[in-house]
Design a protein around this ligand. Structure first.
Ligand SMILES: NC(=O)c1ccc[n+]([C@@H]2O[C@H](COP(=O)([O-])OP(=O)(O)OC[C@H]3O[C@@H](n4cnc5c(N)ncnc54)[C@H](OP(=O)(O)O)[C@@H]3O)[C@@H](O)[C@H]2O)c1
Length: 262
């Protein structure tokens, strides 16, 4: 099919790509011919994923260690990335998220233990929101220099509708603000920024720990009556990363089986 998106020769960086959704996005971009940088806090995991991607897709892949919540770590990551890609970055996917902790996710603000209030909110914000800020800050010069770039932010449906785990909701809503500012400010440099707002996606972090009833109850939230697969997020990311979305910027694409309808 002539319209099938291709990313041959392009370089993409995906944060939190050692497993789950980030890995599926990296696979999807590599499947279209893109070269992918795989990052998380665990270098060995990233190297293993990069090797598997090279084997199965033929595109170049490299694992890098980085903690997105630490500004120096991201500065160092981009130095290594620029070395590997000869200073080129076409696609940035800000996917790394604070580990799913049920007690934070399920506790409304008023019930948060006072001694945990500051820690919980700042920790989630540092990874999800500031991590996206640090990566965008480093990516922009590489993209503006070549007048070409696409940035994809991974948000969540609570950012659109609210939920009880306010620490996560706030961080994911902040990402949407960042996305809109980047789209507005750097469109003139041919940089597009969009976000995916995800519903229940079946990963080790979200699906595995649940009992059968909870899994079914969450599936039933969506008109499609099931969990989404990470690969389905990968396809949506490929749309936003490729020329198929060449006139789309500043938008939130909801990938949730139809729970949020607007
Ligand atoms: N699954 C869902 O239903 C769902 C729904 C809505 C939104 N999301 C969002 O989608 C993203 C991925 O979710 P997932 O379910 O795939 O989660 P996951 O399986 O827990 O994967 C998270 C990834 O982020 C990395 N990571 C965590 N903290 C990091 C840090 N400080 N610096 C760098 N990397 C870090 C992890 O690797 P290390 O731990 O080795 O660093 C891992 O690669 C998250 O942003 C999440 O909020 C998921």
């Amino acid at each position: 099919m002539s319209d099938f998106p291709r990313l041959d020769g392009q370089y993409a960086l995906v944060t939190g790509a050692s497993r789950g959704i980030g890995r599926a996005i990296a696979e999807s971009l590599a499947g279209a011919g893109g070269n992918v940088a795989i990052t998380s806090r665990n270098l060995q995991d990233c190297q293993a994923v990069a090797e598997e991607i090279e084997r199965s897709h033929g595109a170049a892949a490299m694992g890098f260690q980085a903690d997105v919540s630490r500004v120096e770590s991201i500065h160092e990551l981009f130095k290594q990335l620029a070395n590997w890609s000869s200073g080129r970055l076409d696609i940035l996917v800000c996917n790394a998220g604070f580990p799913m902790q049920p007690e934070i996710w399920n506790t409304p603000l008023h019930a948060t233990p006072p001694d945990k209030l500051q820690r919980w909110y700042l920790d989630v914000f540092a990874t999800d929101a500031m991590g996206a800020v640090f990566c965008t800050f480093e990516a922009l010069p590489l993209m503006t220099a070549r007048r070409c770039g696409r940035i994809i932010y991974i948000s969540s449906t609570p950012a659109l509708e609210g939920y009880q785990g306010t620490a996560y909701t706030m961080a994911k809503a902040a990402i949407l603000g960042l996305m809109r500012d980047v789209a507005r400010e750097y469109g003139k440099d041919n940089i597009r920024a969009n976000a995916l707002a995800l519903g229940n996606i079946r990963t080790q972090a979200t699906f595995e720990p649940l009992d059968k009833e909870s899994r079914s109850a969450l599936a039933a939230e969506a008109p499609l009556n099931r969990w989404g697969a990470p690969e389905e997020v990968g396809k949506a990311a490929l749309f936003l990363a490729s020329d198929l979305s060449s006139f789309v910027t500043g938008q939130v694409l909801v990938v949730d089986g139809g729970t949020v309808r607007r």
